[in-house]
Design a protein around this ligand. Structure first.
Ligand code: GLN
Length: 480
């Protein structure tokens, strides 16, 4: 197989080719390693120099290369979560989710760029600089898993790991025209993920198609003695086969689909996809999530509150950067002043304020009550509907720099993804068409642990939509 043929394969197809004897795992790894090394998009923060000695090519994933978001700890491999404060940090151990995948035969080909500590929606808050969208290099890839999304879309990796706290898998997947699955909270271990907001953080796959998402996710789930919140999955994750949606009831929440700020081209692609779903036998019903308009406000209290606590550990003593000073407090403040970027500092300030005595009930307590309402409203919608569907993001990929001066404009990118995060439920984004030559994402969310249902529906839709992601692979300019 020549390189073009190799990079044209999804991960599942590459595995099948290896099993048939048409493709060699070492050849596959070398092809992607070279692509990652020639990355012109800023997608990678580290690329493997050679094939690892302990590659598990006999596992079910057959040695297929995997790109891993920088925030996963990988033993002996730089892991900075996109932050200068973790400069030079080499973790002594590997995150459970990554270790599971390696055990199943995935081979780390590189670490991917991201917004610092996963705070952002454009990948512009990274100590490594921005990532360019392979569909249009003047635009952002989305964030915070922007490097993972761009790498997969551009064919610099067959698939990638990301994390999603409020949309960081789904939104970049949407903006780059690929598939991104945010699993049910707790189905994948968080051990070894550099924490942002612990009650929301979830790892998940970014892939070229729904089958690859199921395949990668299936090898990530499980309990973990190192993470008490990791409960695994009650079902075996199946590779999706559905071609129809007969009898499936799709709920369209009015609060999330008629709001201002939704670009007309995105709405048009969303509505066309509803028609496609109807053609496959689904019924479409309006439903209501009354509190969804407050989700973003609640999220931007809860996530910074948890972040302010999680990030207290970066003090110059234990990890990465240290600014020497005459006394301890000056060492702490100098290190944190120089090590954290502006958005991270903003979140620490907001979070510390929201948790401070006298304000705790007014902000944090209230945000938690909104969270409970949202979870209850989803539960009541799921009594009548099998899945809830929305556009993934209100707009297509925007120009680099367009929203960096306006945090609120940036936060609004997550309006449609944050409600599911607060409720802890699974959701997938699949590409559903183009608006102004840029990809649009379609989000399907279901009750906790309904990944098999979501993957099946997404698979049937994906087949009917027939989205062509190849422009992103040819426009990158990556050689060979
Ligand atoms: N963009 C959102 C934020 O900045 C979500 C990020 C995420 O999911 N990690 O918090």
């Amino acid at each position: 197989m020549d390189v073009q043929e190799i990079i044209g394969l999804t991960a599942a197809q590459a595995i099948a080719a290896i099993e048939r004897g048409d493709l060699d795992a070492v050849e596959l790894f070398s092809a992607y390693r070279r692509r990652a090394e020639e990355d012109e998009l800023g997608a990678f923060t580290w690329v493997a120099e050679h094939l690892p000695a302990d590659m598990h090519a006999d596992g079910p994933l057959r040695g297929v290369p995997l790109a891993v978001k920088d925030l996963f700890c990988t033993a002996g491999i730089p892991s900075q979560s996109g932050s200068k404060i973790l400069e030079g940090y080499l973790p002594p151990y590997t995150a459970t989710s990554v270790a599971r995948l390696e055990h199943a035969g995935a081979t780390i080909v590189g670490k991917t760029n991201q917004d610092e500590f996963a705070m952002g929606s454009s990948n512009e808050n990274s100590a490594f600089g921005p990532v360019l969208n392979p569909w249009d290099r003047t635009r952002v890839p989305g964030g915070s898993s922007g490097g993972s999304a761009a790498a997969v879309a551009a064919g610099l990796a067959p698939w990638a790991l990301g994390t999603d706290t409020g949309g960081s898998i789904r939104q970049p997947a949407a903006l780059c025209g690929i598939v991104g699955l945010k699993p049910t909270y707790g189905t994948v271990s968080r051990y070894g993920m550099i924490a942002f907001a612990s009650s929301l953080d979830q790892a998940g796959p970014l892939t070229r198609d729904v089958t690859d998402a199921a395949l990668l996710y299936r090898h990530m789930v499980g309990t973990d003695p190192n993470d008490a919140t990791a409960v695994g999955h009650p079902e075996e994750i199946r590779l999706p086969t559905a071609e129809r949606l007969d009898g499936l009831r799709l709920g369209v929440p009015t609060e999330l689909t008629s709001g201002e700020g939704l670009e007309p081209g995105v709405l048009a692609a969303f509505e066309a996809t509803l028609e496609t779903a109807r053609g496959l036998g689904a019924t479409i019903e309006e439903c209501s999530l009354h509190s969804a308009p407050h989700a973003l406000s609640a999220y931007y209290v809860i996530a910074p509150a948890e972040a302010s606590s999680n990030l207290a550990r970066f003090d110059g003593v234990r990890y990465g950067l240290r600014r020497e000073a005459d006394d301890l407090v000056s060492m702490y403040t100098g290190t944190r002043h120089d090590g954290f970027g502006a958005e991270v500092k903003r979140r620490i300030l907001i979070g510390t304020y929201a948790l401070s005595s006298g304000y705790y009930d007014a902000y944090y307590g209230r945000a938690q009550r909104v969270r409970t309402l949202i979870a209850r409203e989803f539960a009541s919608v799921f009594e009548r509907c099998d899945l809830v569907v929305t556009p993934t993001s209100p707009g297509v990929a925007f120009e680099l720099g367009a929203k960096t001066a306006d945090p609120l404009a940036m936060y609004l990118n997550d309006s449609f993804t944050v409600p599911m995060s607060l409720a802890g439920i699974p959701a997938i984004s699949i590409p559903c068409g183009l608006s102004e030559d840029l990809p649009v994402g379609f989000q399907l969310a279901g009750p906790a642990f309904s990944e098999n249902r979501i993957l099946d529906a997404a698979h049937a839709l994906e087949r009917a939509i027939g989205f062509d992601g190849s422009p992103a692979r040819t426009r990158t300019g990556a050689t060979s």
